[in-house]
Design a protein around this ligand. Structure first.
Ligand SMILES: [Zn+2]
Length: 126
Protein backbone atom coordinates (compact mmCIF):
# COMPACT_ATOMS: atom_id res chain seq x y z
CA UNK A 1 0.00 0.00 0.00
CA UNK A 2 2.83 2.35 0.80
CA UNK A 3 4.39 1.59 -2.54
CA UNK A 4 1.22 2.46 -4.37
CA UNK A 5 0.88 5.77 -2.54
CA UNK A 6 4.47 6.71 -3.26
CA UNK A 7 3.99 5.80 -6.90
CA UNK A 8 0.80 7.87 -7.12
CA UNK A 9 2.60 10.82 -5.54
CA UNK A 10 5.40 10.55 -8.10
CA UNK A 11 2.86 10.40 -10.92
CA UNK A 12 1.07 13.44 -9.51
CA UNK A 13 4.34 15.38 -9.37
CA UNK A 14 5.23 14.38 -12.92
CA UNK A 15 1.79 15.50 -14.09
CA UNK A 16 2.18 18.83 -12.31
CA UNK A 17 5.54 19.37 -13.99
CA UNK A 18 4.06 18.57 -17.40
CA UNK A 19 1.20 21.01 -16.85
CA UNK A 20 3.62 23.73 -15.72
CA UNK A 21 5.82 23.17 -18.76
CA UNK A 22 2.85 23.37 -21.09
CA UNK A 23 1.66 26.57 -19.41
CA UNK A 24 5.13 28.11 -19.64
CA UNK A 25 5.35 27.22 -23.34
CA UNK A 26 1.92 28.72 -23.94
CA UNK A 27 2.86 31.91 -22.10
CA UNK A 28 6.07 32.20 -24.08
CA UNK A 29 4.32 31.78 -27.42
CA UNK A 30 1.74 34.39 -26.35
CA UNK A 31 4.41 36.96 -25.52
CA UNK A 32 6.30 36.23 -28.75
CA UNK A 33 3.10 36.78 -30.67
CA UNK A 34 2.33 40.07 -28.92
CA UNK A 35 5.94 41.16 -29.42
CA UNK A 36 5.48 40.67 -33.16
CA UNK A 37 2.37 42.86 -32.98
CA UNK A 38 1.69 45.73 -33.61
CA UNK A 39 3.08 46.26 -37.10
CA UNK A 40 5.53 49.13 -37.43
CA UNK A 41 3.87 52.44 -38.25
CA UNK A 42 3.72 53.35 -41.94
CA UNK A 43 6.76 55.11 -43.29
CA UNK A 44 5.63 58.63 -44.34
CA UNK A 45 8.70 58.89 -46.56
CA UNK A 46 8.16 55.58 -48.36
CA UNK A 47 10.23 55.69 -51.55
CA UNK A 48 8.17 53.00 -53.31
CA UNK A 49 4.93 54.95 -53.41
CA UNK A 50 6.23 58.52 -53.05
CA UNK A 51 5.09 59.48 -56.56
CA UNK A 52 1.70 57.79 -56.22
CA UNK A 53 -1.50 59.81 -56.47
CA UNK A 54 -2.65 58.33 -53.16
CA UNK A 55 0.18 57.59 -50.70
CA UNK A 56 0.34 53.87 -49.97
CA UNK A 57 -1.68 52.89 -53.03
CA UNK A 58 -0.40 52.01 -56.47
CA UNK A 59 -3.29 53.34 -58.51
CA UNK A 60 -3.95 53.44 -61.35
CA UNK A 61 -1.27 50.91 -62.20
CA UNK A 62 -0.45 48.27 -64.81
CA UNK A 63 -0.19 44.59 -63.93
CA UNK A 64 1.95 42.53 -66.30
CA UNK A 65 1.65 45.47 -68.71
CA UNK A 66 -2.11 44.99 -68.76
CA UNK A 67 -3.74 48.40 -68.63
CA UNK A 68 -7.28 47.41 -69.57
CA UNK A 69 -8.36 48.43 -66.06
CA UNK A 70 -7.14 50.94 -63.50
CA UNK A 71 -5.57 48.22 -61.35
CA UNK A 72 -5.07 48.90 -57.69
CA UNK A 73 -2.57 47.46 -55.23
CA UNK A 74 -1.57 48.61 -51.80
CA UNK A 75 2.11 49.44 -51.28
CA UNK A 76 3.65 46.41 -49.55
CA UNK A 77 6.65 48.51 -48.59
CA UNK A 78 5.03 50.96 -46.16
CA UNK A 79 1.81 48.97 -45.54
CA UNK A 80 -0.25 52.06 -44.90
CA UNK A 81 -3.27 49.87 -45.64
CA UNK A 82 -3.89 46.38 -44.32
CA UNK A 83 -5.14 45.09 -47.64
CA UNK A 84 -5.85 46.02 -51.24
CA UNK A 85 -9.51 46.41 -50.26
CA UNK A 86 -8.62 48.97 -47.60
CA UNK A 87 -6.46 50.82 -50.12
CA UNK A 88 -9.39 50.80 -52.55
CA UNK A 89 -11.66 52.20 -49.84
CA UNK A 90 -9.28 55.13 -49.49
CA UNK A 91 -9.38 55.82 -53.24
CA UNK A 92 -13.18 55.83 -53.05
CA UNK A 93 -13.21 57.93 -49.87
CA UNK A 94 -11.14 60.55 -51.68
CA UNK A 95 -13.73 60.61 -54.43
CA UNK A 96 -11.30 59.42 -57.11
CA UNK A 97 -13.28 56.35 -58.06
CA UNK A 98 -16.78 55.05 -57.66
CA UNK A 99 -16.45 51.76 -59.44
CA UNK A 100 -14.58 48.85 -57.95
CA UNK A 101 -14.16 45.53 -59.63
CA UNK A 102 -12.19 42.33 -59.67
CA UNK A 103 -10.71 40.83 -62.82
CA UNK A 104 -7.76 38.77 -63.94
CA UNK A 105 -5.05 40.77 -65.67
CA UNK A 106 -3.58 39.24 -68.84
CA UNK A 107 -0.68 36.97 -67.95
CA UNK A 108 -1.64 36.82 -64.28
CA UNK A 109 -2.73 33.74 -62.38
CA UNK A 110 -4.68 35.60 -59.71
CA UNK A 111 -7.50 38.10 -59.71
CA UNK A 112 -6.76 41.72 -58.92
CA UNK A 113 -8.73 44.72 -57.79
CA UNK A 114 -9.34 47.64 -60.05
CA UNK A 115 -10.93 51.01 -59.41
CA UNK A 116 -12.10 52.89 -62.45
CA UNK A 117 -11.44 56.61 -62.10
CA UNK A 118 -14.47 58.85 -62.08
CA UNK A 119 -15.22 60.03 -65.59
CA UNK A 120 -13.80 56.97 -67.33
CA UNK A 121 -15.32 56.60 -70.80
CA UNK A 122 -18.09 54.05 -70.78
CA UNK A 123 -19.26 55.00 -67.31
CA UNK A 124 -22.70 56.48 -66.99
CA UNK A 125 -22.59 60.14 -66.11
CA UNK A 126 -25.13 61.73 -63.84
ZN1 LIG B 1 4.69 52.86 -49.73
Amino acid sequence: MRHVRARLARIAIRLAILVLRATAAQLESDTTRSRRRPAPPPDPDCISCSDCLVPGVFWPTDIHEDNTHAWLERCDECRRFDSDIQAANEVIRLGLSNELGVARPTGSTTDSLYANPIGTPGQTTK
